[in-house]
Ligand binder design. Structure first.
Ligand code: FAD
Length: 282
């Protein structure tokens, strides 16, 4: 029987630059830990720009907040030696899950200088170095990666990445459940069975969301855009509308078989929790 009650949830954070930001992040993590997430994850600045901050945040969430925490790790701009030493540190600290990415170098950091070009090569490298120690998550793009020549080429690259040793995938966020269902259907037709977990972006601020979405290739449907534009600075209305829209999409996803949900929290508890609570009670 189909259900709208989600089975599992995970929450993503970014490492902060200031002590105050870090304290706030730990408080948010304490709140979200009450929801018994399957895991937390912490992003990584491509080229190693957040190497220490990501590692310290991961270890603190894992060991003090006591939620299994997955570091993101990207290969663009990092040498094999950099990657090897981080993998060893994580393994020795008992970290069991990793999100393996190519990454995008921030503008101003020059050309990619890493020895591994694409995420599938990083997945292979992690398997060579650490065997089956880590559960490896990779990124998926139901609306196609912004640099992909076309959907079919991106799908082919995703299938290769999954086959190179990934256990599971987390999608880029989207606002249209159909693109997720179509993507999953095509991946299954290609013979790949790993779980594909929708990445969920709560809606809290229109201008930031529009900027982000342009950069990562996520389409904001016109009806959502028009409504958010009309709310202007009325953040309470944006939050209420955003919670309804995202709750509705998550219900469709779960009913259609999504195995779990991964929230991009942007280091805030309430926007993700508002959706998650709606789902738990629906
Ligand atoms: P890949 O899977 O390597 O794909 C990148 C592009 O190359 C795609 O267009 C693909 O079609 C193409 N491609 C893949 N393989 C080949 C090949 N062999 N030959 C030719 N073309 C190929 N970024 C960060 O910097 N830090 C983070 O912490 C971070 N976390 C993320 C978490 C999630 C869940 C997601 C969805 C994205 C995250 N990103 C992060 C963004 C991500 O790094 C970028 O989208 C990046 O541009 C692609 O990374 P990827 O791992 O998907 O790359």
């Amino acid at each position: 029987m189909s259900t709208t009650n989600p089975q599992a949830v995970s929450f993503e954070f970014f490492p902060t630059k200031t002590d105050a930001g870090h304290e706030k992040l730990m408080a948010v993590a304490d709140v979200l830990a009450q929801e018994s997430p399957e895991f937390f994850s912490v992003t990584y600045g491509a080229g190693g720009s957040t190497r220490d901050r990501t590692r310290n945040t991961v270890l603190q969430l894992d060991q003090e907040v006591k939620v299994p925490t997955a570091p993101h790790l990207s290969c663009v701009g990092d040498s094999k030696e950099d990657l090897r030493s981080l993998l060893n540190e994580y393994r020795e600290a008992g970290i069991k899950r990793i999100v393996a990415l190519r990454g995008d170098l921030p503008s101003g950091m020059g050309q990619a200088s890493g020895e591994l070009r694409y995420a599938n090569e990083l997945v292979e490298f992690i398997r060579q170095e650490t065997g089956d120690h880590f559960i490896i998550e990779v990124a998926a793009y139901p609306e196609a990666h912004p640099q992909a020549r076309h959907f079919e080429a991106d799908l082919e690259h995703f299938v290769r990445k999954a086959r190179s040793g990934a256990d599971s995938a987390i999608t880029q966020y989207f606002f249209n459940a159909d693109c997720y269902f179509y993507f999953v259907e095509r991946v299954r037709k290609a013979g790949v069975e790993i779980p594909i977990i929708p990445g969920i972006m709560p809606i809290t601020n229109y201008s930031k969301l529009a900027r982000f979405s342009d950069a990562c290739g996520a389409e904001i449907p016109r009806w959502i855009r028009k409504q958010l534009e009309a709310y202007g600075d009325d953040s309470a209305s944006i939050a209420a509308f955003g919670t309804d829209v995202i709750t509705d999409m998550c219900q469709q996803l779960i009913k259609g078989g999504a195995p779990a949900l991964h929230f991009y929290t942007l280091n805030q508890a309430e926007p993700s929790l508002a959706v998650w609570r709606n789902l738990r009670t629906s």
